[in-house]
Design a binder for this molecule. Structure first.
Ligand SMILES: [Zn+2]
Length: 218
């Protein structure tokens, strides 16, 4: 039994594990917008299916088979996002919601055709790595824009795809993946960055979800 709910749980556990290292049931319930009691019930089921391991007070982690399913769903999601953006011209703030549905129903055949049509891409429209078919995934950038030092230059690697409003603001500031930025200053509530000769103030709650690769000082 691999229902959509199972896939959503595994994918979300993978994402929280990446962000926080440890996955608390409360955080998982909040992210999935379900009551803590139903998250606890589902975790029990997933543990019985040997897809997660769960020690009291230690949080939840994916087993090898759980991780495999999570990466397969994420592969579908990110390929679909890129296909919608590149081949159909869907704006980058709208592809996520569509991909949330497609990721569960995409056949292996269509997955392969999309992969081939796009030239075997490695990054989705938000800069997130696309897992390979055999279940490996490139290391995602860990540094956040908000953590740069004044004067430090970096390249934007990835932005969170979950918030369409945030993506529209970032797009309005031309802060797409692969853009070079320099952090000018940090102040309470925002950071000031320079890119392409312009200076922008980026609110803290957005800068915290922009991942960067710092460049070596020249
Ligand atoms: Zn997405």
């Amino acid at each position: 039994m691999q229902t959509q709910a199972v896939e959503d749980y595994l994918k979300t556990i993978y994402e929280i594990q990446r962000e926080h290292g440890k996955v608390a049931t409360t955080v998982l319930a909040e992210r999935l917008d379900v009551a803590p009691a139903s998250a606890t019930g589902m975790i029990k089921k997933l543990a019985e299916m040997n897809l997660v391991a769960h020690e009291p007070y230690q949080g939840v982690r994916l087993t090898e088979s759980g991780r495999k399913i999570a990466l397969e769903v994420i592969r579908h999601h990110r390929l679909v996002e890129l296909y919608l953006a590149e081949s159909l011209g869907v704006p980058w703030d709208q592809v996520h919601d569509e991909a949330e549905k497609w990721e569960h129903i995409l056949s292996e055949d269509l997955e392969e055709r999309i992969d081939k049509a796009l030239g075997y891409p490695t990054l989705d429209p938000h800069g997130a790595p696309i897992p390979s078919r055999d279940g490996t995934i490139a290391l995602a950038a860990q540094d956040r824009l908000i953590d740069l030092r004044p004067g430090q230059a970096a390249v934007i690697a990835e932005v969170s795809d979950h918030d369409a409003d945030m993506l529209r603001i970032l797009g309005g500031l031309d802060l797409y993946p692969a853009t070079e930025v320099i952090l000018i200053s940090s102040q309470i509530g925002s950071v000031t960055v320079r890119t392409g000769g312009n200076e922008y103030q980026v609110p803290e709650e957005i800068a915290a979800y922009v991942f960067v690769r710092p460049m070596e000082p020249a």
